[in-house]
Design a protein around this ligand. Structure first.
Ligand code: PMV
Length: 324
């Protein structure tokens, strides 16, 4: 039986950066994100007694090495019995060469397709726990719209999963992605970047201490549909996360010149009365939260920044789903 599922990427407004348990991939603190329409992974999984090993095709290309190993380890979590292998076919609808391919949509789609193919009927919370073990941010892509990740307290991670806060139709926001550079040299992955920050940055505890207050303020801003407040928190959370990474030894600098110029340009827009707020992940790209009415101004401003190669306006997107 082959099952196909689709999931969308998400961008954190209150960032996840640090783990309490690396083996189970348990976050040290909560986080809060917006699932995005358009940045989608479609994943088909089928277990097959004729196979002698797992197989992975990514965007039409047969994969071996680390990518296959990571998927095989993940399949171990749902495999009906040892020695029963699966064929996985995964395709991203991300614009080619944008450097935006994300583990969030990939492991959320894989969690649903693989668990169904293994004839497991997991609840959304259980799916989120499963997806988390592939990638921390994937736990959030199980749900649409605005989503909160609960760090949980249990050692086995069974209470470390995402919950939906406001569905994709509840708060009409836009997030404009500004792609910086083209096929930039591979950044330090978020996985190793956060481990390095935890181990060597004196600013890591200070960063972690900001998360509970930011989460509380972000929840309140969402309840009152207050874009300005939510945006201010998002920008502060991203800058504080990057400050902790910069304080590592050696310091981790994900930004390029165009990243900094884009931040200035967005702040200039704000001075002109347009509500727009930046967030940045483990790479050079800048993502700007704004109202639907501000999209044209934000796109125009970002596209004019030298070094920005592409702008992608995204709407809130749905949670993971089975597709026929
Ligand atoms: O899910 P991971 O392990 O790729 O970590 C994601 C880390 C950030 O994107 C930088 C922040 C976040 O909360 O998504």
């Amino acid at each position: 039986m082959k099952i196909t599922a689709e999931a969308r990427s998400n961008i954190a407004l209150v960032k996840y950066w640090g783990k309490r348990d690396a083996a189970l991939n348990l976050p040290a603190a909560g986080s809060l994100s917006l699932t995005l329409d358009g940045l989608t992974t479609r994943s088909t999984v089928g277990f097959d007694t004729a196979l002698t090993a797992d197989r992975l095709r990514l965007n039409g290309r047969e994969e071996a090495g680390d990518a296959l190993l990571r998927v095989s380890r993940f399949l171990d979590l749902v495999r009906p019995r040892p020695g029963l292998f699966a064929e996985v076919e995964s395709t991203n609808t991300f614009p080619t060469a944008s450097g935006l391919a994300s583990s969030a949509s990939a492991f959320a789609a894989l969690a649903l397709a693989a668990s169904k193919a293994a004839r497991l009927d997991l609840s959304p919370h259980e799916l989120s726990v499963l997806a988390r073990q592939g990638s921390g941010s994937a736990a959030r892509s199980i749900f649409g719209g605005l989503v909160e990740m609960l760090p949980g307290a249990r050692a086995d991670g069974s209470d470390s999963h995402a919950i939906p806060l406001a569905g994709e139709a509840a708060f009409d926001l836009r997030l404009v992605v500004a792609v910086v550079g083209q096929g930039a040299p591979k950044a330090v992955s978020s996985r190793s970047g956060m481990a390095h920050t935890e181990l060597s940055s004196p600013l890591y505890p200070a960063w972690l201490a900001t998360v509970p207050g930011d989460l509380e303020a972000a929840r309140a801003a969402i309840s009152s549909r207050d874009l300005a407040r939510l945006g201010e928190i998002a920008e502060k959370s991203a800058l504080t996360m990057h400050a902790s990474a910069l304080g590592a030894s050696p310091g981790l600098l994900y930004w390029r010149g165009a990243t900094v110029e884009a931040i200035h340009a967005v702040r200039e827009l704000r001075r002109g009365g347009i509500q727009a707020y930046v967030t940045i992940d483990a790479g050079p790209h800048v993502k700007v939260l704004c109202a639907p009415s501000a999209v044209d101004a934000v796109v125009g401003t970002l596209a004019a920044v030298p070094g920005v190669s592409q702008t992608l306006p995204c709407r809130p997107g749905a949670g993971v789903e089975i597709v026929e």
